[in-house]
Design a protein around this ligand. Structure first.
Ligand code: DON
Length: 310
């Protein structure tokens, strides 16, 4: 049961103070050089609720690289576009491997374990590149529509940096193509995937954009149907089992919310029938999840009684 949510703004401010006093832990994602330039000291948190409240603290309105959080939005677009056929090409099981692992793809004949590891997100990028005439623009428009903010943009520095350090992603895409599970040309798939990862958004924009997943597929602000209730359930289920990569079990065990992280340091956590939490702090643990962000989501979930398993 969700506990007292009055004075959320004050609660978030107080929570940030506790985190700022912690020693710096973790490591910034430096395998994409453009991300290594971001200051490690950023910290932001925002909560958006389906009844229209927004509370934020710290750098909650500063745009950062959303990275793998984009996989959630790509998945929704692909489900809407090709429906059940998607699940012939990608599975819905946890991988038990790091997010960028290639090893299972060979064993499992080019079918990615789930849509939120890199292999699965590349598959989704292929669906979008193959089924939209202007797929990158369609993705950006979707993000702008969901956030209600036309200023959402693609960070070209991050995009170029990813493109020139994307050999592992290219290898996975070629391997899937060798099994006949990729339709488009690989450069187009990679360009789609890196464009999605390179979108810059703030905690506040992200939290608002994902409210439909807390509200059975309907954006509570516009009443637009973003996806079916069944697909909202499916996305939340995948985020619960795989969204925090190889730390998903521990995250469910200790926090109990569907969530997705990105190597830019963002985390989004969906609280069904309540709202969305988004945190940002760039230092990552060995799984690629923000250390402070995980702590912030954990504290909020505990203080407010948000776990879906209660
Ligand atoms: O594929 C990559 O390397 C990145 N563009 C996205 C990775 C990412 O955010 C994984 N998440 N933790």
């Amino acid at each position: 049961m969700i506990k007292d949510i009055s004075n959320l703004q004050v609660k978030l401010q107080a929570l940030l103070q506790t985190q700022q006093t912690l020693d710096n832990q973790g490591k910034i994602a430096d395998y994409i050089p453009a991300l290594a330039k971001v200051s490690a000291n950023h910290i932001g948190v925002c909560v958006a609720t389906i009844d229209g409240k927004i509370a934020g603290a710290g750098d909650h309105q500063v745009a950062f690289s959303i990275q793998s959080i984009s996989k959630v939005f790509g998945l929704v677009m692909a489900m809407n576009r090709i429906g059940e056929d998607l699940w012939q090409r990608v599975n819905m099981e946890p991988s038990g491997q790091p997010f960028n692992s290639i090893i299972q793809l060979e064993w499992e004949k080019g079918i990615p374990r789930n849509p939120v590891i890199n292999a699965g997100a590349l598959l989704i990028a292929d669906v979008l590149a193959s089924h939209f005439s202007a797929s990158k623009l369609a993705f950006l428009s979707f993000m702008r529509k969901l956030s209600g903010d036309e200023s959402v943009y693609i960070d070209n520095n991050v995009y170029q940096s990813e493109l020139s350090h994307g050999n592992r992603n290219a290898a996975m895409a070629y391997l899937m193509k060798s099994f006949g599970n990729i339709e488009a040309e690989i450069p187009d798939v990679l360009s789609q995937y890196f464009t999605q990862c390179s979108i810059a958004m703030s905690c506040e924009q992200l939290a608002k954009s994902l409210l439909f997943l807390a509200n059975k597929g309907i954006d509570p602000r516009t009443k637009n149907v973003i996806c079916s209730p069944k697909d909202a359930h499916r996305v939340n289920a995948i985020l619960s089992t795989s969204g925090m990569y190889d730390q998903s079990g521990e995250f469910a065990f200790s926090i109990g919310l569907p969530a997705k992280s990105g190597v830019g340091g963002g985390i989004v956590a969906i609280v069904p029938n309540y709202g969305v939490i988004c945190t940002w702090s760039p230092l990552l643990n060995k799984f690629g999840n923000s250390v402070v962000g995980t702590n912030l989501v954990a504290s909020l979930a505990e203080k407010l009684g948000l776990s879906i398993y209660h």
